[in-house]
Design a protein around this ligand. Structure first.
Ligand SMILES: C[S@@+](CC[C@H](N)C(=O)[O-])C[C@H]1O[C@@H](n2cnc3c(N)ncnc32)[C@H](O)[C@@H]1O
Length: 295
């Protein structure tokens, strides 16, 4: 059902249905709740964009492995809930990796297994080439995961190409008939994105790293948020982990709602958002000191 509720009272609507969030401010609501049962308590198409990476069923500390048929069924349930809460012109960016299948596959891309369960229209698959990782001995070293770009309406969806153009152009001054051949903002970033993953380790840990074991790099989510949503939009991450989707949403003037079952991860999210907002406040205060316009 589509009901017209303004951005200002969507947060009130969510709280009236889901109770007190673990964390809230004017930009984000984080619920320490299981996502399927929570989304099933909602009935309006309120989200412009969902960005998420669910558990992959590979035995990480935050998941319990299921038989593959049950995992596919579970995926169908949460994706259906996301679909029913997505605006008619909204989108769904889904990050998935690989799983092993007994006697069938060492590593099969999860998108192959869940294809039948997704009611969205698929625009395309984006390959995220994340740089370093484990070294294979009897197979090629894995260096990518996929992002599935889904929309609800194939004829009407947000794509802000100019906001995500790649300025790294080989021949920026090349002309044809006196006109520059390349867009001055840069080239189309293509469907292969080379963005380093968040690393751990004593000497090679990424500065943005939190204790969460599967944190998205913010550069990656920034590209998705800018490319596939507009300022003021409401974003959802049903498996928000360390809060990367909320961080990127706030940084880019969007709003975010997240679900996370583990309270320790919710604490990471709260600290991350608060420290980002504090840094932003201090940055603006410094600029004011030098008489610069901060907006
Ligand atoms: C792959 S991680 C997401 C990491 C996230 N993209 C980030 O940047 O930190 C998946 C997260 O989903 C959470 N989770 C698992 N099942 C859940 C459920 N049913 N509802 C809500 N959260 C869940 C896990 O605790 C975990 O933090």
């Amino acid at each position: 059902m589509t009901m017209s509720i303004t951005t200002a009272n969507k947060f009130e609507y969510l709280k009236s249905r889901l109770g007190v969030p673990f964390y809230e401010n004017e930009h984000a609501l984080i619920f320490n709740r299981e996502c399927i049962s929570s989304m099933n308590l909602l009935e309006n198409e309120i989200f412009d964009l969902t960005v998420t990476s669910p558990p992959y069923n590979i035995g990480k500390e935050y998941e319990k492995n299921l038989p593959i048929a049950d995992y596919i069924k579970w995926t169908g349930e949460w994706v259906k809930a996301v679909y029913s809460l997505t605006k008619p012109n909204g989108a769904f960016l889904l990050n998935l990796g690989y799983v092993g299948l007994d006697s069938r596959a060492k590593a099969i891309p999860l998108p192959y297994l869940i294809w039948q369960t997704v009611p969205f229209f698929m625009i395309q698959e984006i390959v995220w080439n994340y740089g370093a990782g484990v070294a294979g001995r009897h197979f090629l070293s894995p260096r990518n995961e996929k992002w599935m770009w889904y929309v609800k309406n194939e004829a009407q969806y947000t794509f802000n190409l100019d906001d995500i153009r790649d300025p790294d152009v080989k021949y920026p001054n090349q002309k044809k008939n006196g006109k520059l051949r390349c867009n001055t903002l840069g080239k189309n970033p293509s469907d292969v994105w080379q963005i380093a993953k968040v690393t751990s380790g004593t000497n090679r840990s990424s500065p943005e790293r939190t204790p969460h074991p599967a944190q998205f790099p913010t550069d990656l989510i920034d590209r998705i948020v800018k490319g596939f949503s507009n300022p003021g939009d409401l974003l959802l991450d049903p498996f928000i982990g360390s809060g990367s989707t909320a961080i990127s949403a706030i940084k880019n003037s969007r709003k975010a709602v997240g679900f996370e079952v583990r309270e320790d991860y919710c604490k990471i999210i709260a600290e991350r958002i608060d420290s980002m907002l504090e840094e932003e406040k201090q940055r603006k205060a410094q600029l004011c000191l030098f008489g610069e316009n901060v907006n």
